[in-house]
Design a protein. Sequence first.
Length: 141
Amino acid sequence: MFELDAQLKADTVSLGQMALCEVLLAKDANYPWLILVPMQANITEIYQLSDDQQLLLMQEVSFVAKQLETHCLAHKMNVAALGNVVSQLHMHVIARFDTDIAWPAPVWGKVAAKVYAEDELEATVNSLRALLCERLSINAV
């Protein structure tokens, strides 16, 4: 049975679910940063998903990246699956700008996470849910 990793749960806010992935907002206001987690138990690597699930993962990641890039007018989209700290398979989708605090370096460990103000977090969640509503279900959240 699928259960979201405790570290991911602590560091994110759930936006809802797509066909394969739960979509999370990272609690770091430095960057528009979403994380997609395939809702499959005991999966740490993309190749552990079935061929159909791998295709669906890439479709969902691409959809989210395209929507986020258009919405934010991002300079570059960073998409990554590292898993060095959290082994549960998850895909980072981060909108980057040549003016952001970490540019051009990777975001990991560059600067401390910036906490969202409560009203800013609520507005961001609502905006992203509306942006992704074509494929996002928030009923299960």
